[in-house]
Design a protein around this ligand. Sequence first.
Ligand code: FES
Ligand SMILES: [Fe+2]
Length: 351
Amino acid sequence: MYPFREGSFAVRNGWYVAAFRNELGRDLLARTVLNQPVVLYRKEDGEAVAVGGRCPHRHFPLGKSCLTGDTIVCGYHGIAFGADGKCVDIPSQDVVPHAYKIPTYPLVEHGLWAWIWMGDADKADVALLPDLEEIGVTATGMTARPFYVQEVQGRYQLLNDNLLDLSHLAFLHASSIGTVENARAPEELVKRPGFLSCRRYIRNAEAPAVMAASGRYAGKIDRVTGMDFYLPGFHAGIGDMAYPQNHPEHAGETIVTSRVYHAVTPATPHSCIYFFAMASEDVEGMDFMFDYLRPVLEEDKFATEEIEKMLAIVGENPDELLIKTDRNAVEGRRMLQAMMDAERSAAAAPA
Ligand code: FES
Ligand SMILES: [Fe+2]
């Protein structure tokens, strides 16, 4: 499916964010991940678990059922499943056949997030998770905080494309976090297996509107923007602002350092879940940013959903006009396609 080859939906063997850790508790949380219904909850001992969200009896959503102890009791006819997926009770009969069970999925709490592995469980390697120091979550002086969870009615790759091409800041977010330099400044790319990074170094340029709105500084700035894509579904962004080199008193001094985290999790072929979080040295400033950035993220949701609607009209293979700033997004698509192709070849290979 667009923008991938026909028959390619999403990478299966990879960590995706299923929830922020602070969303998980003793209430059942239903999510759809890689076109599978999933239920997340904490056991009585606090351990977070993920199991299949469809009752195998008549397909009632287990996320809309009850949790008793560590057992989900289906809200339709009362069949019960433990956290290990095994059926433990069928109220209408004495015998519980051994084969009755629901799937379970590896779930790891790491940083602000609970990461799920929907592919082959024996390949779920925590070493593949982003390094928390590298992305700034545990860096000295930084405080990280979850911001928003959005269900987006658009395919996940539209959001990945968005995050891999930050020139859109200059237009989609012109009234808040972008200036024309976000499109004009040259982009530097770094690629390694499972990782793609871009940076723009903007010098002595107008500050984006957020700087004046937050009361920080309204003069010209030096700015570093960029995004690190940890495939298949996590982006760690950098937004550093400093006084320009010709500033009479503070030349080169940092004004603000922040990190933003975008997790994009495929839900259905035409929808995804979008998790946004932030880290900053300025804890009080984060309250301002929480309110300020909400409409900015809505703009990305809007663009994604409008493009999804357009694809429903024009079909899955529209001609595309590619331009210079697409280089990073095209590379990201290639890398994801290669991962999907490798999974398909491995599945087709004789055992
Ligand atoms: S649908 Fe779940 S017990 Fe019948
Ligand atoms: Fe955006």
